[in-house]
Design a protein around this ligand. Structure first.
Ligand SMILES: *Cc1c(COP(=O)(O)O)cnc(C)c1O
Length: 356
């Protein structure tokens, strides 16, 4: 663990208070000052909790339907079910791995009870935020962004955090800002953030606290708050984040240069003014199982993001053929701030040797 994390942890552990308190508050203020997450951040104990709180605070009606892309982590759909909504899977674009707005439009025209779209910036590749906005206005539905991969991403030359939608971020161990477990949900307005701050801690409101009344609960919430131990690690991680994101970008660039002539499809941003934060380096290949085994034999670890949600028991019936094909062809190549460009070259050489 880096010295800064240890130093900040020591301060919290020696302070006499390790729960939700001043350090979580400071972490939120630092997040708000950065342009790395949306406007009014509320720190919680996971990205999944952030997504669920987003649905609650957006007042997505229970019993309605929520559109979720098939190419995402199971959390994105699980929170809709937890909120007592029906999940409708949208198909994806093969080029970006992101939700296909054509598929979304079809669903909106066929299903009158849709109230929200949970859009995922797959691998940090920005979704078409303007297109989503337009559809949401036409059909009166809420857009919530799953930004679990999207720290450091840019959409049309602007930080993704400037989007007008509610956004959910994850600080899980595998993400760019890694606390271990944690997340935050951000809102375009302060009032929603205040409500989320109550709801993340069972709905407790200490505003009218008195000798005989410890607290009120105007609206019952959840046990989702972050604590100061996690926030201390978060503050330290945030300090080094820009440098790490730069490193991720240089790795992504190197992969793209080196694989430009190889028979692989690079999953990537649709426009030059868009930028992935470099959460993963997804490529599509023929004969994925063989290629992945050959990489493994060369000592190269790869990942599969994601199994398509249609394969899980979510009671989601719409077919998503593009997502299924994508999931059969996908390989996510190694990326981490500690990987050297020489190691990237090694991966590319071995990969080029085994793809056809
Ligand atoms: C990691 C992840 C989440 C959930 O985050 P947790 O912090 O693990 O709860 C949600 N959506 C996507 C796309 C993710 O990758």
């Amino acid at each position: 663990m880096d010295p800064s994390s240890l130093e900040r942890l020591r301060e919290v552990l020696e302070s006499g208070w390790i729960g939700l308190g001043p350090v979580t508050n400071q972490f939120e203020q630092e997040l708000a000052r950065s342009d790395l997450v949306g406007k009014y951040p509320v720190a919680v104990n996971s990205g999944t909790a952030a997504l669920h709180l987003a649905l609650v605070v957006a007042d997505v009606p229970k019993g309605s339907a929520v559109i979720v892309p098939a190419n995402t982590f199971v959390s994105t759909a699980a929170v809709a079910l937890q909120h007592q909504c029906r999940v409708i899977l949208a198909d994806i674009e093969r080029a970006t791995g992101n939700i296909d707005l054509g598929s979304v439009r079809e669903i909106l025209e066929a299903e009158p009870d849709v109230s929200a779209i949970l859009a995922v910036h797959y691998s940090g590749i920005p979704c078409d935020i303007a297109g989503l906005n337009e559809l949401s206005k036409q059909h009166g539905v809420t857009v919530i962004e799953d930004c679990a991969h999207a720290i450091g991403s840019m959409w049309q030359g602007r930080p993704m955090s400037e989007s007008p939608h509610i956004q959910a971020y994850s600080f899980h161990a595998t993400k760019a800002l890694a606390i271990g477990e944690g997340g935050c949900v951000t809102f375009p307005d302060a009032a929603s953030a205040e409500r989320a701050k109550r709801l993340r801690r069972l709905g407790i409101d200490m505003g009218a606290r008195s000798w005989s009344n410890p607290y009120d609960i105007p609206e019952l919430g959840f046990k989702y708050n972050m604590g100061d131990i996690a926030a201390a690690v978060g503050l330290a991680q945030l300090e080094g984040l820009r440098e790490k994101l730069r490193k991720r970008r240089s790795i992504v660039r190197r992969y793209r240069e080196r694989l430009a002539g190889a028979p692989v499809e690079l999953v990537r941003e649709p426009h030059d003014s868009d930028r992935s934060g470099g959460f993963a380096v997804p490529i599509l290949v023929k004969d994925r199982e063989r290629v992945r085994k050959e990489l493994d034999a060369a000592g190269i670890e790869s990942e599969i993001y994601f199994r398509p949600l249609g394969e899980f028991p979510l009671d989601a019936t719409r077919p998503t053929p593009v997502a299924e094909r994508f999931a059969r062809d996908i390989i996510c190549l190694p990326i981490h701030p500690l990987i050297s460009l020489d190691e990237v070259d090694y991966v590319c050489d071995r990969l080029s040797g085994c793809v056809t």
